[in-house]
Design a protein around this ligand. Structure first.
Ligand code: 5GP
Ligand code: MN
Length: 316
């Protein structure tokens, strides 16, 4: 971690980016690092070329998140957060290519160490936990309530509120320290989980209606662009729906098929206790973690379902 901190300290301009389909950990770690670097008087930009989830507004309202075309950059380092491979980075090709160097901070099992400096720990609960370690190593006093709330968001969203096996003793120590600093835990929960728009809940009802169960161990649901348009909901706002499939009694793997366009199917995998869904997603050039992974398949919805289910069934 020392060379990473030296690199950051020695750089004037720092660009932060993360993966497509932003989530609590990518936005939480990006905004936390942004605030910390600003207080070190760095010139900092966050670039995410995707739609930001509504329920994370309470974090990104306090910073500016740019699109790649918004700014002209020179002499900068690029910090990649929560992203397993370079092709999933949510910024333009030229921003990736023109960076003086790339720092890759991540906890995906599938991370291929694409950075010039890599801080990758697949045992970490979240990228937010890694950012917490880095900020503490720079100066513990930098962590205030504003940074704490960003970090706590990634910690709870990636661990399912400490439910999953990636919530380790260090995750609880971090949570305890953030609560001691005075973060408003209830307010964070209310923003993330208890502010669902009515049309989102109605959409969930319809999506659950598509549920099928295979061999009593695999449950899958699907959502089409047409349904998303009908309820006026963005794909990046339906992060948790796949859990309904996984959480059925006896089911080990839950799968969500999102038909983003007729030939572009985004697949989300979640498992409960023994299937390594990172391996399954890897068969389709995707990746992620043992218990949560994803991939994109360029086939029709029915064809994508067939190939994915045929592969998944081998693992149960
Ligand atoms: P989700 O299903 O929420 O989109 O993603 C679950 C996990 O898998 C996240 O950690 C996400 O970063 C990762 N993931 C999702 N899709 C892909 C993909 O196409 N490639 C890789 N490498 N990881 C993915
Ligand atoms: Mn993460």
């Amino acid at each position: 971690m020392n060379n990473l901190i030296e690199k950051i300290k020695g750089s004037e301009t720092i660009v932060i980016t993360s993966h497509y389909s932003p989530d609590g950990d990518s936005i939480g770690s990006s905004t936390a690092l942004y605030h910390a670097l600003r207080s070190l008087n760095k010139e900092v930009y966050i670039i995410i070329d995707d739609v930001l989830p509504q329920n994370l507004k309470f974090l990104y309202n306090e910073v500016t998140i740019n699109k790649s075309d918004d700014i002209k950059l020179q002499n900068y380092i690029l910090v990649s957060l929560d992203c397993g491979d370079k092709s999933r980075l949510c910024c333009s090709q030229s921003i990736k290519e023109n960076a003086e160097s790339i720092i890759n901070i991540d906890h995906h099992a599938s991370n291929d160490s694409f950075g010039n400096i890599n801080y990758v720990d697949s045992k970490a609960s979240s990228t937010c936990e890694l950012i917490y370690n880095i900020i503490c190593a720079i100066d513990e006093n930098l962590i205030d309530k504003k940074i704490g709330k960003c970090l706590y968001t990634g910690l709870i969203t990636d661990t399912g509120n400490f439910m999953y096996s990636n919530a380790t003793p260090s995750s609880f120590v971090m949570a305890s320290n953030l609560i001691n600093i005075g973060i408003d835990k209830q307010n964070i929960i209310e923003n993330i989980y208890q502010s669902n728009p009515l049309n989102l809940v109605k959409l969930i009802g319809e999506v659950i209606g598509t549920l099928n169960v295979l061999e009593e161990r695999i449950a899958y649901i699907q959502v089409t662009k047409e349904i998303m348009n009908k309820y006026n909901v963005d794909f990046n706002d339906i992060d948790g729906i796949v859990n309904y499939a996984r959480d059925i009694f006896g089911v080990e793997v839950g799968i969500l098929f999102k038909e983003k366009s007729p030939n572009e199917i985004k697949v989300s995998f979640r498992s409960k206790s023994y299937v390594n869904v990172n391996e399954i997603a890897g068969k389709f050039r995707g990746g992620g973690h043992k218990r949560a992974s994803g991939c994109t398949i360029n086939m029709s919805l029915n064809d994508a379902k067939e190939v994915v289910l045929r592969e998944t069934i081998k693992y149960i």
